[in-house]
Design a protein around this ligand. Sequence first.
Ligand SMILES: [Zn+2]
Length: 423
Amino acid sequence: MKKILSLCIIACMIINLQAQNFEDYFINRTLRLDYLHIGKNDAETFEMKKISAGGTWSGTRNFLIDPHRYGDVLFQVYDSTSNQMIFTRSYSCLFNEYRSTERAKTETGSFEECIMMPFPKKTVKYTFTSYDRQKVGTLKYVGYYNPQSTNTQSFTKEYKTINLHIGGAPDTCIDILFVPDGYAKKDKKEMISDMKRFCSYITECSPYKENLQHINIRGIKGFSQESGITDPNQGFYTQTLLNSRYNVIDVDRYLMCLNVWKLNEVADDAPYDVLIIVANSEKYGGGGIYNFYATVNNEGMYSDYVIVHEMGHLIGGLGDEYFTSEVSVMDYYPTNIEPIEPNLTTLVDFDSKWKPMMETSTPIPTPATKKYKDTLGAYEGGGYVAKGVYRPWQNCTMKESIYNNYCPVCTQIILQAIDYFSK
Ligand SMILES: [Zn+2]
């Protein structure tokens, strides 16, 4: 009885937190914190650098307490008088990938990060808690923001935005924003046609195409000094708007942007929930980090697949279901712990994942044979390792270069993310 009662109390608390009124604590404006995430494999710190505000708030108003905690970092905001938690957001970051590399055992890395929240009416306390692979959280930073007295810059608004697909008002849609990199003024035509093409890859893929009324896609018109994307392994260096580059954390095809503050600043003009960099480069590459940003290269036969694969990481916190590719992270998923990614399992707590969605007649583990093709199962191999980590489908878009082929688990998570951003 006691247990039932406490469960009821917890349920009421969750409902209360989700039902709290946006207007009680916030105004329709966005506050952005720019900071550094610094450290190595056994140490990390956050250093606040700049706070800015502007625009409107395009994010969720009904899920101010993030119901999905798939990220490595949890940002929490409290009303400083009552100490009530009024906003949270979970995200992952490049720093956490870096800290799992061999290099991070000796070298300190410093990575730019940003977080956005609705603009508070009164002084708030905010915290950053970092979670390790064992899912143990450590409080890393505490700060205060006073809307009357904290030094706050205004959003810059230097760049024009173009509408590519508009499903509805920003607060009723997930707002996806493309930011181009490596396009000089002479590449203007190509830049616009690339963004239109990537927009159609999203809008023609399930489950996005069935939910177009909850999706907005826009693009920034932003030019670089030079064409192309820096590729250190080829000795090719260019001056670009966002300074995106290949070979980030020593993986050749890992194309990411280290100037995250600039990326968010360029995006200031448009309402956005998530950012995707469209990089002007023939070389296959990309990356996507949960609630952080994603990157795609603009050419190649797999561009349609790459963008929806990276969207899976970006909005769903989905893990890679492949296990045969070059990665530099070591033992990313300890096999004695259930991974945080919703589409991977070590079978340690499979009930918390997609086991309830499976037919009871399907064996666990499930053999990757013809008999179980297009069957929800637990197939060994995923999360960069062949043994001990299991995936839900034989050949989902999160595993293989196949467009429009999210498995039922990934589909459900993407739908959940669209719902989160559009309510
Ligand atoms: Zn999947």
